[in-house]
Design a protein around this ligand. Structure first.
Ligand code: FES
Ligand code: FES
Length: 165
């Protein structure tokens, strides 16, 4: 067993884990963070996407021990980073009907937030490229792209509002 200490959704946690434990399994089974889901376990679908020190990672593609000393944000802690009930990207997915069954949605939203952090005004092509590691079986992606465009506009308006005298 290996001792790991990290911050998850703002909470400091410390646990003994098997060195082979995947981060996604640690989040779900040890911490009960079941909002992060497993779609494939082979780093293809993106359903398990979380943020590691503010950047998206597929949590089935790294070991829990690799998160030692780092900060993880899951879909369950995302809204708190925006100081709201829902993060603006979560609001946008709801507003634009960017989901159907919802299975891909936690990962899709975490990846979208990372995309918008790096590129606040992405083109449609840049959105599709930025989300190419996240698969959705239901929506055909159209409303997901619309949701990211909507969130981009909302975040731009919020920034403009803050900067007004
Ligand atoms: Fe991690 Fe599919 S469960 S990429
Ligand atoms: Fe069902 Fe994306 S909404 S997989």
């Amino acid at each position: 067993m290996a001792r790991i200490s990290l911050r998850v959704d703002g909470m400091l946690v410390s646990d003994d884990v098997e060195p082979r434990t995947l981060l996604v399994h640690y989040l779900r089974e040890t911490l009960g963070k079941t909002g992060t889901v497993v779609g494939c376990d082979t780093s293809n679908c993106g359903a398990c996407t979380v943020h590691l020190d503010g950047e998206s990672v597929k949590s089935c593609n790294m070991l829990a021990v690799q998160a030692d000393g780092h900060e993880i944000t899951t879909i369950e802690g995302l809204a708190a980073t925006a100081g709201a009930d829902l993060h603006p990207v979560q609001e946008a997915f709801r507003e634009c009907h960017g989901l159907q069954c919802g299975y891909c949605t936690p990962g899709m939203i975490m990846q979208s937030v990372d995309l918008l952090n790096r590129n606040p005004k992405p083109t449609e092509t840049e959105i599709r490229e930025g989300l190419e590691g996240n698969l959705c079986r239901c929506t055909g992606y159209h409303n997901i792209v619309r949701a990211v465009q909507y969130a981009s506009g909302q975040l731009e308006d919020a920034t403009a509002g803050v900067s007004e005298p």
